[in-house]
Design a protein around this ligand. Sequence first.
Ligand code: RTP
Ligand code: MG
Length: 137
Amino acid sequence: MTQRTLVILKPDAVRRGLTGEIISRIERKAGWQITALELRTLDTEILEQHYGEHKGKPFYEPLMGFMASGPVVVMIVEGERVIEGVRALAGPTDPIAAAPGSIRGDYGVIVRENLIHASDSEESAEREVKIFFPGRG
Ligand code: RTP
Ligand code: MG
């Protein structure tokens, strides 16, 4: 099933010079294509749209501050089962719980600074693509 997903390489990934490494892992998967890619600094307005589901949770405000703390790489990736696939490459939210070999498991320690976002369902992917790349809606 061909899908598309919205991926964000978070400010920690950009600051630490890990974007090439992470993009390589995505590119190496057979048949997946990066169809949009942009370096940008996210403002509160776009972050509220993106992470609105978490508003009111204790980690929400620190997450907003972190996500606005420097440039991120925003991408659309398309291909076979790419939504589940990029989530699998990323590993679970808590990097310490993430297996070595996954992006979060290899490079992360702090739950908030877990390097990568990837849409968690087809509905989320369509919603998030429209937020970050309105022309691709
Ligand atoms: P994401 O939305 O960024 O792809 O990550 P996710 O689905 O794996 O995790 P989610 O529950 O949606 O949480 C969104 C992001 O918030 C930060 N977070 N911090 N307890 C905490 O300090 C905490 N919990 C979540 C992480 O950056 C997480 O990826
Ligand atoms: Mg999430």
